[in-house]
Write a protein that binds this ligand. Structure first.
Ligand code: GDP
Length: 481
């Protein structure tokens, strides 16, 4: 096993690993957030290196964030703008407020998207802490909090913000009340999956010019909208420079932003060291079933077996006779990490590998950290466990995920893994083939716009450029490859 105690060892190459190739800033107090500098000890170094341009952009963002963050003079000044409908002169700093909304996987992906939007538009990102953001994640930026202060004047309105809110950009467009000669003090952007055509105008360059002047943007979204940012002229060149390897957006931004708090990190590291660290190979299987009714379902079990057998991720068992087996020492030990709300799938695999020998002689250990039964988004430790499990999945060597699940997208992105996706079953039947390899490790944007802003007509946005394509698991979704 590895020595996890020697965390502070420094030499140049270690330091580069520790800081994820320069992604992470130095100078944080390590003890307050152990995961920040320890995560590299639990993973192989990423084969994807962040571009020097991304690194310099992050460092200048950190400077901006520190200059404009909560409590600073520019922040106080910007707050006074909220008292007016329109502003007469530009302040020093502009902000985008991310509103806490939806399941944890969705939140992680949408927050990364809003952060990228902040980078592209020189805004300061502030995070509505919702019920548990503070309990789950460390501060990602040095010397200045990313949390929206509790006394922020608009916070009490967040829950009620929707498509029909008077300051909703789409609503204003629809009702022809957007006045290009005046600059609003704040605007609400509704980018939730149920949004309408007017809300989707957010993804047009012309609208970005108007939106760009507004000092306070409040965004509610449950989507990974990064692929569509790439289709906005004016953003595309900058994005090419930031991410020459286009499929690395979430991989880098996710590793930069999301550091589990010490409590969650304890869940990750204790589990890893107890059940995974000694295995020769680690396989993650993320089972997310969107069917109604209590599982486990036979068709999902069949699908898992069929996929892992066909793709040679797990060995077959010898059910015919218990042969007098040749003893091969040392035997290869594979650890299978199953995550699911239901315990049935891992119990089934576990029994199979206990009751029968594998044809390859490999020893298979099956482990499932939690079985929460159903989604309980409002419960604290529930989301802590969910985050720990996403993280643990990201530490495996090979990953199987479930179609449509943002939980799986987070794991694959953090891990830098191209997963095998279990395609979505229809009518309670396992699809054939059961799974397929993802084109890239990027998450899928589930609700993209299909609009050509210039021609003002509908268009298949998955066919415009080679690096923005339709997803493997959702035909209308978009992903970067
Ligand atoms: P998605 O619905 O699969 O896209 O993922 P989300 O993370 O947005 O929402 C699902 C929520 O259900 C998670 O945040 C968890 O609260 C819970 N959940 C789903 N699958 C699991 C699992 O395997 N383990 C745990 N601990 N929670 C899960």
């Amino acid at each position: 096993g590895r020595d996890y105690s020697n965390v502070t060892a420094t030499n140049d190459s270690n330091d580069s690993d520790r800081l994820l190739g320069g992604l992470l800033a130095t100078g944080f107090d390590e003890a307050t957030c152990l995961s920040r500098y320890q995560s590299s000890l639990y993973r192989k170094p990423s084969p994807y290196k962040p571009s020097p341009y991304l690194l310099s952009k992050l460092r200048s963002y950190e400077t901006l964030h520190k200059r404009c963050g909560p409590g600073t003079e520019p922040y106080k000044k910007a707050l006074t703008q909220l008292d007016q409908d329109h502003i007469d002169n530009n302040g020093e700093c502009k902000y985008v407020v991310w509103v806490s909304f939806s399941g944890l996987g969705n939140r992680i992906l949408s927050l990364a998207s809003v952060f990228l939007y902040a980078l592209l538009t020189d805004r300061v990102l502030l995070v509505d802490r919702g019920k548990d953001m503070e309990d789950l994640f460390c501060e990602p930026f040095p010397d200045m909090s990313w949390l929206l202060p509790l006394d922020f004047p608009l916070t009490s309105q967040f829950d009620g913000l929707n498509q029909d809110s008077s300051r909703c950009y789409g609503h204003m467009l629809k009702n022809h009340v957007v006045d290009n000669d005046k600059t609003l003090s704040h605007l609400y952007l509704h980018l939730v999956h149920d949004y309408g055509d007017h809300d989707k105008m957010f993804f047009c360059q012309g609208d970005q010019t108007f939106i760009g002047k507004v000092p306070w943007l409040v965004v509610k979204t449950d989507n990974y909208f990064v692929p569509s940012l790439w289709l906005i002229p004016g953003f595309d060149e900058e994005l090419d420079k930031l991410f020459p390897q286009k499929e690395t957006v979430f991989h880098h931004l996710g590793r930069y932003l999301f550091h589990p708090t010490n409590q969650v990190w304890g869940l990750v590291t204790r589990y890893y060291e107890a059940y995974l660290s000694n295995a020769d190979e680690k396989i993650g299987i993320q089972v997310r079933v969107f069917d109604v009714g209590a599982g486990p379902f036979q068709h999902v079990m069949d699908q898992i077996s069929s996929c892992t057998r066909k793709e040679k991720l797990l060995p077959e068992v010898d059910t015919v006779i218990e042969r007098s087996r040749r003893v091969t020492i040392p035997k290869k030990h594979k650890a299978v990490l199953v995550t699911s709300l239901n315990s049935g799938y891992s119990e089934n695999l576990k029994s199979m590998y206990w009751e029968y020998p594998t044809l390859t002689g490999e020893i298979i250990g099956v482990h499932q950290p939690s079985q929460e039964g159903y989604q309980q988004t409002e419960k604290k430790m529930h989301n802590g466990k969910a985050l720990a499990e996403m993280y643990l999945l990201s530490m495996t060597d090979s990953l199987v995920t479930s179609a449509w699940s943002t939980f799986g997208y987070v794991a694959q992105g953090l891990g830098g893994l191209k997963p095998w996706i279990l395609y979505k079953p229809e009518n309670r039947t396992a699809p054939d083939p059961a799974c397929g390899r993802a084109m890239s490790m990027e998450p899928c944007f589930h609700a993209p716009p299909f609009y050509d802003c210039k021609a003002k007509t509908g268009v298949d946005t998955g066919k415009l450029v080679p690096h923005v394509r339709h997803c493997e698991d959702m035909s209308w979704g978009l992903k970067l490859v």
